[in-house]
Design a protein around this ligand. Structure first.
Ligand code: RB5
Length: 146
């Protein structure tokens, strides 16, 4: 399991803690930055992580900005990406089981690190259920081809 991770300057502290958390579980990480607290622009990191997941350079992606909104909006512009921004473990799990999300985003200004770890663990522990949900994923994918 390899996870691509990225954040803007607002998310950097949590990114480093999330990386430690994931590495302690034996998960391989590719860190797409940012690497300092200098002000930067979230679309750069949302795009880099989304491309890594879309190109299968990574299995899944995690994105962090102030709210998780801008960086997830960016990721969702990339074909094949289904990014969810959420602040609770229930939505995280359901987003994988029903929507087969391949990127999880959250806001460092919204959730604390312990809740963030619960959200991540819930998402990673969930599996896509397929069945009736696949048809809906296919309908989303068809929009990308329109
Ligand atoms: C940066 O100030 C902030 O706008 C960004 O981290 C994020 O919250 C955008 O959605």
């Amino acid at each position: 399991m390899k996870i691509a991770i990225g954040c803007d300057h607002v998310g950097i502290e949590q990114k480093d803690l999330v990386i430690k958390h994931l590495e302690s579980k034996g998960i391989e990480i590719e860190d797409f930055g940012t690497h300092s607290t200098e002000r930067t622009d979230y679309p750069k990191y949302g795009l880099a992580v989304a491309n890594a997941v879309a190109n299968q350079q990574a299995d899944l992606g995690i994105l962090i900005c102030g709210t998780g909104v801008g960086i997830s909006l960016t990721a969702n512009k990339v074909k094949g990406i289904r990014a969810v921004v959420c602040s609770d473990p229930y939505t995280a799990a359901l987003s994988k089981e029903h929507n087969n999300t391949n990127i999880l985003a959250f806001g460092s200004r919204v959730v604390g690190i312990e809740l963030a770890k619960m959200i991540i663990d819930s998402w990673l522990g969930a599996e896509f259920e397929g069945g009736r949900h696949q048809g809906r994923i296919d309908m989303i994918a068809a929009i990308e081809e329109a």
